[in-house]
Design a protein around this ligand. Structure first.
Ligand SMILES: [Ca+2]
Length: 153
């Protein structure tokens, strides 16, 4: 009886471990959610991936909402990497909402509008479609945003 129970526990913990061990990478070329009013599609400055990037209007709160599906069960977490360019001399801080979480990221100057770097944050995620929202914290608007990558451990 005891041995039977023990083997069930070992079997179930093995299944659990296997299902959470796989690392996934999810990419969203955010230009796909450009809306023509606040989040503008642009492909003027080179070095982007996909077909272009988003250049928001220069306004406090300017930004955009997008979704990324993370197929890791049951409670994934991961590094969110936001590829951006900021050709000005000042940071363009922004608020990143990830489901019920909220983060402030600085987006410091990259040295040119065609020079791309990544801003990163580690966050809890959900095993489903994650809702992300990036909005400008200053009247300068967002940096240009090329793509967002989520990598789970
Ligand atoms: Ca892009």
């Amino acid at each position: 009886m005891f041995n039977a129970l023990k083997s069930i526990l070992i079997a179930s913990s093995f299944v659990f471990g296997a299902s959470t061990a796989s690392a996934v990478t999810v990419v969203n070329e955010v230009e796909g959610v450009a809306n023509g009013t606040v989040a503008l599609f642009e492909n003027i400055h080179g070095g982007y991936t996909g077909s272009g990037y988003i250049n928001t209007i220069n306004e406090y709160g300017a930004g955009f909402l997008f979704h990324m599906y993370v197929d890791v069960e049951p409670n994934p977490a991961g590094t969110i990497r936001i590829r951006y360019a900021n050709g000005t001399g000042s940071a363009r801080p922004a608020t990143l909402g990830v489901n019920s979480y909220s983060y402030t990221l600085q987006f410091p100057p990259t040295g040119g509008w065609n020079v791309w770097r990544e801003a990163t944050i580690y966050s809890p995620l959900i095993w489903a479609s994650n809702e992300l929202e990036l909005t400008a914290d200053t009247a300068a608007g967002l940096a240009n945003i090329d793509k967002v990558t989520i990598v789970t451990p």
